[in-house]
Write a protein that binds this ligand. Structure first.
Ligand code: ATP
Ligand code: MG
Length: 504
């Protein structure tokens, strides 16, 4: 239990930060207490990550108060922040891939043995002890390369504990994790709380906030709004504080006439990844690809679009066979593909927002070899504004956008290409609650205009709310197909875990 009378371990009061003319943080306040998990929520671009980066010593605040254990601090580097007992876990950890797990944990502070030689054995033993205390199994001797994001995060946490961090901040740590991995992370987080550390947790998923956190602070437009006890609030109340307006219906599914087959996938097989997958997507139809994380859904999508190779089977668009491993050919055939990992696979971070959105349609905008900024801005502005990517940001470099806004830019890019088939992997992951509804409305509208949509999602409500037909993938195989009427949470979950049940 937190001790209300004690001084907060971490406290920020009316902290601000601007980048040139852009006010990233207007008036951010945050308090984290020992023995408590504190949620920080807000729409994309609200200033959450900027606040975290000030605490982490990445940025220096322009104004405001920043206290650790009641003492004013102002970190000029990440090293100063670490030394003060602060650890930050980002969505994409930054381990050194070629170094071992142990070397990553003890980076820059080796345990010395006799003769002041680095005692590798002692370091491995200590790493093993740390993992054991966290109840996880990771081989400390293996290289970091090839570890799952979930394991990399646990290693960052182990490092934080070995540095005896008293504040642990996690900025959207669950975005790339499977259900089981999220549970493991939460178990570790609760243990750290019970040890008396102060935790801050950022997420766009309210179920996670309610499952894990004790208190929640809401931010909007760079400012602190309110702090509430989780036990005394509701999703509705938090959402209202976050967006400051009424939210449209989350699944605005419109009735659409379903037409001819656009995409036909037959007996698609990639050894060890997916087997004998056959399905179609029709004009005006939203087909939901359901299943557990790791079932092979993204791999199927990548093969269909020609990013990855496959061993057997065919992909046909509007009656014409699409050659394999040829994304350019796939785009020509009328496909668009919005990958799951949008920031890494879909964005040129150095280029402007406008240039990113126009990337696929640039050719059609170019006149006599020239593309003027005004033509480009005019073409991309409607897509940007539909996704609430602020249009005054069109000339800014994509890397200056918040995480969620970068995702929206990639979605806008593919919508602007006006495809016959849109493949979208986890359409609303990392996207705030207000824009989620907008993404759903866009998908529904695209279908209404005759676009065939293949939507992969791990969120069952999203699948059930948006899909005309649900295909369930389990361990690389298509295990069930349901019409919109037939699809229930129980049926889909059962099919998604089918072979595992048989095996056990
Ligand atoms: N280095 C930068 N240069 C210019 N603007 C920036 C920079 N970093 C952040 N911003 C702007 O500051 C605002 C807040 O961004 P921030 O990343 O803190 O949002 P966030 O709340 O973490 O959003 P998300 O939920 O999408 O991750 C955004 O409008 C963003 O474009
Ligand atoms: Mg962020």
């Amino acid at each position: 239990m937190s001790n209300a009378s004690s001084v907060a371990t971490l406290q920020l009061i009316e902290v601000s930060k601007s980048f040139g003319p852009v006010v990233a943080l207007r008036s951010g306040s945050l308090e984290a207490r020992a023995g408590s998990i504190h949620a920080l929520v807000g729409e994309n671009g609200a200033g959450k990550s900027t606040l975290v980066k000030i605490v982490a010593g990445v940025y220096r605040k322009d104004a405001g108060t920043f206290l650790i254990d009641g003492e004013p601090v102002d970190f000029g580097s990440t090293a100063e922040s670490k030394a003060a007992g602060i650890a930050v876990i980002y969505q994409e950890p930054t381990l050194f891939p070629d170094l071992s797990v142990t070397e990553n944990i003890f980076m820059g502070r080796q345990i010395l043995g006799r003769g002041r030689r680095i005692d590798k054995g002692a370091m491995h033993t200590e790493a093993e002890r740390l993992f054991k205390s966290l109840g996880v199994h990771i081989d400390p001797r293996r290289p970091a390369l090839g570890l799952s994001i979930a394991d990399q995060q646990i290693i960052e946490i182990a490092k934080a504990i070995s540095l005896d961090a008293k504040v642990l901040i996690m900025d959207e740590p669950t975005a790339a994790l499977s259900g089981v991995e999220v549970e493991r992370l939460f178990t570790v987080a609760r243990q750290l709380r019970d040890e008396g550390r102060a935790l801050v947790f950022i997420s766009h998923r309210f179920d996670e906030v309610f499952a894990l956190c004790d208190t929640v602070s809401v931010m909007r437009d760079g400012s602190y709004i309110e702090t509430l006890a989780i036990a005394e609030t509701s999703v509705g109340e938090i959402v209202n504080l976050m967006v400051g307006r009424e939210i449209a219906e989350l699944f605005p599914k419109q009735e659409t006439e379903i037409g001819d087959i656009v995409l036909s996938v037959e007996n698609l097989t990639s050894a060890g990844i997916f087997h004998d997958v056959t399905f179609t997507v029709r004009r005006g139809e939203i087909v939901g690809l359901a299943g557990l994380v790791g079932a092979g859904r993204s791999e199927i999508a990548r093969a269909v679009f020609g990013v990855d190779r496959y061993d057997a089977g065919t992909v046909t668009m509007k009656g014409t066979k699409v050659p394999q491993r040829n994304p350019r050919g796939a785009i020509k055939s009328g496909m668009a593909f919005i990958p799951e990992d949008r920031r890494q696979q879909g964005l040129v971070t150095e280029a402007s927002v406008a240039a990113n959105i126009s990337a696929v349609i640039r050719e059609s905008l170019t006149r006599a070899g020239l593309l003027t900024r005004s033509v480009e801005n005019r073409a991309v502005a409607p897509w940007a504004s539909r996704l609430e990517v602020k249009t005054n940001a069109l000339d800014a470099a994509a890397k200056t956008m918040s995480g969620g806004n970068q995702q929206k830019v990639v979605i806008a890019k593919w919508l602007a290409s006006q495809p016959d088939l849109l493949i979208i992997d986890e359409p609303t992951r990392g996207i705030d609650v207000g824009t989620k509804a907008e993404v759903h409305r866009l998908l529904s509208e695209l279908a209404g205009r005759g676009v065939a949509v293949l939507m992969i999602s791990s969120e069952l409500p999203e699948i059930l709310g948006m899909a005309d037909r649900v295909l369930v993938i389990c361990e690389g195989r298509l295990t069930a197909e349901f019409s919109r009427e037939e699809a229930t949470p129980e049926r889909v979950m059962h099919a998604a875990t089918a072979t595992q049940e048989v095996a056990s």
